[in-house]
Design a protein around this ligand. Structure first.
Ligand code: ATP
Ligand code: MG
Length: 418
């Protein structure tokens, strides 16, 4: 049998990598909690229409990245490529559209059939936040500030820049779209094949193209600024002044459109130069039409998603697990006694472990490999006297401790215990 490998673009999370992931999720959970957000979990697969209806059929995700399959009952299902559409679906199907606003956090795996490279995978993971039911630019500002706070709490706030744009309301976007079609039509031959196909159907998508020949044309294309309606302009002004008041720094970037079709008004990305082409670590925007797409009432909403892999790569030191205490029994009687000691340590909240076989030397080697802070050695002599030997592996100090006093000695930080 040929050896089995993880599927291309997927990866196992083990050791340090898993710890980094946990740190990202736990930090985000803590920060969004401060803003009053609650965590939701939705299924990893959904009815394909949840995504095909909402993300836009000219978006990269729908046109070429979805993992769609027919299940044994003949239904078309899709592994979720992103979180927002499913949260909107859940808002509607759980009857929560009359209990607004809802402030939602999520974390979990997403699936896209992309070309794997550093910072780009086929199963990747996101943290995300959605604020459903608020139309005020104040809500956008809070959600953006919350993203910034997550990045700061992760220690990477100074390495990322917040890039901000407006996509206006639909009247602004229609006028802009017409201008873009005129501009790109004159330069059709210079566009990539993909973008030529996007030209009539959805020229905004060209602005998000990663093809180098498109990037050059995009740089000089008309921006939305001159097409904003008074209402859209007022929203954009309100957002920027609220961010100023909150002390959230940003750089305006008229090229940001985001990869999915559902955005309007606010669009933003936190970007870094440290990850090469995969520099967007957390991004989002306003999507006032999405809940209605899922069959609910018109519901304004704003949110973001962050890539956990990319955030993990930027982290400096992640807090390590506490070092364990290793229990080393010598002989069969001691083996049984060691289990009592282990349970006592765990009941006291101390990480404690043992290997289940091997001589003293082997077991000490394992304790060192596990970076144990202490070992508890139990032999037949100790059992007879109702004690154990407690040794601090850093200082080498050793003390004899009553059998049931190990946790207390460790917590008191006495000579061998400290
Ligand atoms: P990109 O422009 O890098 O393809 P995107 O616009 O498709 O990103 P979103 O759908 O907004 O990204 O997802 C939000 C975040 O999720 C991204 O900023 C990124 O950090 C992360 N992300 C998106 N796709 C992947 C992927 N294939 N592998 C790893 N992380 C990803
Ligand atoms: Mg993408």
């Amino acid at each position: 049998m040929s050896s089995l490998q993880p599927v291309r673009g997927t990866h196992d999370l083990i050791g340090e990598e898993r710890r980094r992931f946990n740190h990202v999720v736990e930090t985000a959970r803590r920060i969004v909690g401060l803003y009053g957000f609650d965590e939701w979990s939705t299924p990893v697969f959904e009815d394909t229409r949840v995504f095909s209806r909402s993300l836009g059929d000219t978006s990269d995700v729908v046109s070429k990245e979805m993992y769609t399959f027919e299940d044994r009952g003949g239904e078309s299902l899709t592994l979720r490529p992103e979180g927002t559409a499913a949260i909107c679906r859940a808002l509607v199907t759980n009857g929560l559209t009359q209990s607004l606003p809802q402030k939602v956090f999520y974390a979990g795996p997403m699936f896209r059939y992309e070309r794997p490279q550093k910072g780009r995978y086929r199963q990747f993971h996101q943290i995300g936040a959605e604020l459903l039911g608020s139309a005020e630019p104040l809500a956008d500002a809070e959600v953006i500030a919350m993203g910034r706070d997550v990045l700061h709490a992760l220690g990477i706030g100074d390495e990322v820049v917040l890039e901000l744009n407006t996509l206006g309301d639909s009247a602004s976007r229609d006028a802009w779209r017409t201008a873009l079609i005129a501009y790109f039509s004159e330069r059709r031959a210079e566009l990539s094949a993909d973008s030529q196909a996007r030209l009539e159907r959805n020229p905004l998508r060209i602005l998000d193209s990663k093809a180098p020949q498109d990037r050059a044309l995009v740089a000089d294309s008309p921006t939305i600024a001159q097409f904003l309606t008074p209402e859209a302009q007022a929203f954009w002004d309100g957002l920027r002044s609220t961010l100023d008041t909150m002390g959230v720094r940003f750089r305006e970037n008229p090229r940001i459109v985001r990869g999915l079709d559902y955005y309007g008004h606010t669009a933003f990305e936190f970007v870094t130069e440290r990850l090469g082409a995969q520099g967007t670590v957390l991004a989002g925007g306003r999507y006032d039409g999405l809940v209605a797409e899922m069959g609910g009432p018109a519901t304004p909403a704003i949110g973001w998603a962050g890539g956990i892999e990319r955030l993990s790569m930027l982290l400096e030191d992640v807090p390590a697990e506490p070092r364990p205490v290793a229990v080393v029994p010598m002989g069969a009687d001691a083996q049984a006694a060691s289990l009592t000691v282990l349970q006592g340590l765990r009941a006291a909240g101390i990480r404690a472990e043992t290997s289940y076989r091997g001589n003293m030397k082997r077991r000490m080697e394992r304790a060192n490999r596990m970076k144990a802070s202490h070992v508890v050695v139990i032999g037949s002599d100790e059992i007879a006297r109702g004690v154990v030997q407690l040794k601090n592996l850093d200082s080498g100090q050793q003390a004899e401790i009553p059998f049931d006093g190990v946790a207390a000695a460790l917590q008191a930080g006495s000579a061998a215990g400290g």
